[in-house]
Write a protein that binds this ligand. Structure first.
Ligand SMILES: [Zn+2]
Length: 205
């Protein structure tokens, strides 16, 4: 192949590359009309599910920010390991959690212990920052480090994943829900997720 052809191919390849890798399909910033419509529909779902929430403060790259004043989604608690805060998230994440909350309750889960919810940053792979904007930056992801069970036990992903199959059972609830993308766990991504499970909601437009 000639140099010109090679150059042209390279130009086409660059032009075809997505400008916003890893963003939900149709996602734009500022939020487009379809995104705002999806947000309104989502808030209606939270109302229907009886989730106590307040519209969140305008938060960078969260399309439909909400806060949960009691950090509960129905019967399920969200325990912040970093301490008190308002923890804004996208409505889509709150609504997705609300959908699986009864199933988690049936497994004896009282609360998810989390460290990161919204955080404006890029994806980290093998401990290094990439150029891809993280779903945490969109308020769609939560990092769960452990769970509190009805019987009083607290299981930590880092120390209990290998010996407590309960944790994998709990993650399976998220894995099988169409509202969530595939969870990242010590099983499928031990390098970056050895001590927590990354859960992220789909944003479907
Ligand atoms: Zn994460």
């Amino acid at each position: 192949m000639g140099a010109v052809a090679t150059l042209l191919l390279a130009i086409f390849a660059a032009a075809a590359a997505p400008k916003r890798p890893n963003m939900p399909a149709g996602w734009t910033w500022p939020p487009s009309a379809p995104m705002r419509a999806a947000g309104s529909e989502c808030l209606a779902r939270l109302d229907e599910a009886g989730v106590v929430y307040a519209p969140g403060p305008a938060t960078k790259k969260i399309a439909t920010p909400v806060v949960l004043p009691a950090l509960t989604v129905g019967e399920l608690g969200l325990t912040p390991l970093r301490g008190k805060g308002s923890y804004p998230m996208d409505c889509q994440l709150a609504a997705a959690i609300a959908e699986v909350a009864p199933e988690l309750g049936a497994l004896g889960v009282r609360a998810l212990r989390f460290r990161t919810l919204h955080e404006y940053r890029t994806v980290r792979k093998r401990g290094r920052d990439t150029k891809i904007l993280s779903r945490h930056a969109l308020g769609l992801a939560i990092d769960v480090f452990g769970v509190e069970l009805e019987d009083g036990r607290v299981l930590a992903v880092e120390s209990d994943w290998a010996t407590q199959p309960k944790l994998a059972e709990i993650v399976a609830v998220f894995a099988s829900s169409p509202r969530f993308r595939t969870p990242l766990t010590p099983a499928n991504d031990p390098g970056d997720h050895g001590d927590h499970v990354h859960l992220e909601a789909h944003m479907r437009l």
